[in-house]
Design a protein around this ligand. Structure first.
Ligand SMILES: Nc1nc2c(ncn2[C@@H]2O[C@H](COP(=O)(O)OP(=O)(O)OP(=O)(O)O)[C@@H](O)[C@H]2O)c(=O)[nH]1
Ligand SMILES: [Mg+2]
Length: 317
């Protein structure tokens, strides 16, 4: 087993590489946090709730020698709803299309049936190299980390394949994040950049805004509620009659929940919770778009949307 702690030697003749690496793993494994750390900016929302990511998010890393396009995917899990099935389908389509697969496994949780299940599926993909990424290393001591690295190595051996690399990282502690990029780049095909210099994601602004609102709404809600929340931005328009040096962007968005009984929780006593979600996400949206924002948030019930094909389509799944 070779566990990387140092970058490979640079090749003698510099070639430019460009391609796609996707991050897969169980929900909550740290895929989106790692994507953001590599890109150097928040392109994907994160939370301590499982199943935060609901669509693939591309983050672009620009380097002199390469363009590494990261595809952050929803956590793969046993689906309980139609939404869950759709998300799993998205992941499988994605890993069939990328140049490298990065399997994220948290250092602080013993390998479980969920990891085994994913590893088994990865074993059947012959064409792409697979890199094991042991995440959240800041949460464990070196002995636990060493045991996890051995277990991860063993997992592939049991299933009859080898990891191209095994890399321990901490996105929060900023440990070995650059090393991971150094190891992924040589696994990409040679070729020119695929995205313009400076683009960090190809997410539409409207989607990023909706995601920032959802991230704020996820904070502090418990049990099943995180899964029930969906956000749609209906309209983003510059306010008319504003002087050129004092622009204001009007954003109208709906926070959807699944049942009328959830409305009170989202809105909070005297509307306080929803107001806080508005304040928090507005700050982030203003930072993202670089313009003052008026954010108009409404809560709506979309009955059992996670299980209803029509509602799912309306919400963009
Ligand atoms: N301490 C520590 N926490 C981390 C690290 N990376 C992620 N986390 C935390 O782990 C939780 C889940 O992180 P996410 O990046 O949202 O996980 P994910 O794999 O994208 O989850 P899904 O989108 O639900 O599949 C968040 O609370 C993160 O702050 C890390 O390197 N160290
Ligand atoms: Mg995620």
């Amino acid at each position: 087993m070779s566990v990387r702690t140092q970058s490979p030697q640079p090749p003698e003749q510099a070639v430019h590489r460009a391609g796609f690496a996707c991050f897969v793993g169980r929900p909550n494994a740290g895929k989106s946090t790692l994507t953001n750390a590599l890109v150097g900016k928040k392109v994907a929302i994160t939370s301590n709730r499982p199943q935060t990511t609901r669509h693939t998010v591309r983050g672009i890393v620009h380097r002199p020698d390469a363009q590494l396009i990261l595809v952050d995917t929803p956590g793969l899990h046993k689906p309980r709803t139609l939404l869950g099935e759709r998300l799993n389908d998205v992941v499988r389509t994605t890993w069939a299309e990328v140049d490298v697969i990065g399997f994220c496994l948290p250092a602080n949780e013993k390998l479980g049936p969920g990891d085994r299940f994913i590893a088994k599926e990865l074993a059947s993909i012959k064409k792409s190299p697979k890199v094991a990424i042991v995440t959240k290393t800041d949460l464990v001591d070196s002995k636990t980390l060493a045991e996890q690295l051995i277990a991860v190595d063993q997992l592939a051996k049991e299933l009859g394949f080898e990891w191209a690399e095994i890399v321990p990282v901490s996105a929060v502690g900023e440990k070995q994040v650059d090393l991971l990029a150094d190891l992924l780049v040589p696994l990409l095909p040679e070729g020119p950049a695929l995205y313009p210099e400076g683009d960090l994601t190809d997410e539409p602004e409207q989607v990023m805004v909706a995601e920032l609102i959802r991230e704020a709404a996820l904070e502090g809600v418990r049990d099943e509620l995180p899964h029930s929340i969906a956000v749609v931005v209906e309209e983003m328009l510059p306010r008319e009659d504003r002087p050129a040096d004092k622009p204001l962007l009007d954003i109208h968005a709906f926070v959807y929940i699944e049942r009328p009984s959830q409305k009170g929780i989202i809105i909070g006593p005297k509307g306080k919770r929803l107001k806080d979600v508005g304040i928090k996400s507005r700050k982030q949206i203003e930072a993202l778009l670089g313009t003052p924002v008026f954010l108009d948030l409404h809560v709506k019930v979309a009955k059992d949307w996670q299980r209803d094909p029509r509602q799912l389509r309306k919400l963009g799944f």
